[in-house]
Design a protein around this ligand. Structure first.
Ligand code: UDP
Length: 252
């Protein structure tokens, strides 16, 4: 296993990643694990190679966003499953943008999976595993006092810019960006940036050339629905994205 330069103490361990300090205060090292979880970690598995695939896909997408002027925490790759990033204070709100109805939207509303959503729908969830990441209303968000209303406007704006950028990129390689979740954070200097990861673990991606509702899935729904071929699907996403993006930069 390739260790990043001067890995310090473990700062945080999540379901799919570990975050380590480094010898630089303004750099942390993120290790992408092969662990797969779904349904608030009720379903778990080890998927060999998933960590490296998500690390590389995230790197390509972060660099694409940066090229379009969308700020992210990304600094560069190290080895095949480490990413060096700027430390941020993560806003405990999961921001979901939906271009096509799927997943929880169809469980909570009378809407058929696959229905296009124009304009895209933006949903906010309170990031709290113990509470099961509940859907937030405007007033609940205000009551939580997690962000000011101006910061919330900036978060929404950034989420729509991420959607425009990624939707177009994926369309170029024959993939439909159905929906995705991003997390945002504030750097030490107070800048709002896209943080965490953007990968088939956090996006729904459908192969546009395939009409079968299960076969077209190239994302974590393959794991959630026991469809098999999860790592192969993620590999297909990587192959397509790297076909239209420059090689991600190596940190250090
Ligand atoms: N998502 C995520 N982490 C979460 C919840 C959702 O990355 O904790 C992603 C999910 O993969 C999908 C999008 O956010 O691309 C919308 O998910 P949804 O609300 O439909 O929930 P789900 O059906 O996945 O429970």
């Amino acid at each position: 296993m390739t260790l990043p330069p001067a890995t310090g103490p473990l700062l945080y361990e999540g379901k799919a990643k570990r975050v380590y300090a480094t010898d630089q205060v303004d750099v942390v090292a993120v290790e992408y694990k092969d662990d797969a979880t779904a349904f608030n970690a009720l379903k778990k598995a080890q998927l060999l190679g998933k960590g490296a695939l998500n690390c590389r896909i995230s790197a390509l997408l972060f660099e694409h966003l940066e090229r379009l002027g969308v700020p992210t925490h990304y600094l560069g790759l190290h080895g095949d499953h480490w990413m060096m990033v700027r430390p941020v204070r993560v806003v405990p709100v999961e921001v979901v943008v939906r271009n096509v109805a799927a997943g929880s939207l169809c469980r909570q509303m009378p809407i058929t999976a696959g229905t296009p959503l124009d304009p895209p729908l933006l949903d906010l969830y309170y990031k709290d595993d113990a509470l099961g990441d509940p859907l937030l209303s405007e007033v609940r968000l205000e009551r939580l006092q997690l962000v000011t209303s101006a910061q919330m406007e900036a978060i929404r704006d950034l989420a729509y810019r991420v959607n425009d950028a990624l939707r177009q990129l994926f369309a170029e390689v024959g993939l439909e960006l159905v929906d995705f979740k991003i997390e945002l954070g504030f750097t030490g200097a107070g800048a709002l940036v896209v943080a965490d990861e953007i990968s088939p673990d956090t996006c729904r991606l459908w192969n546009r050339a395939v009409s079968d509702a299960q076969e077209r899935i190239l994302d974590k729904d393959r794991f959630r629905q026991d469809l098999g071929g999860v790592v192969e699907a993620y590999g297909e996403v990587l192959k397509r994205v790297q076909g239209v993006c420059p090689e991600p930069r190596v940190y250090g």
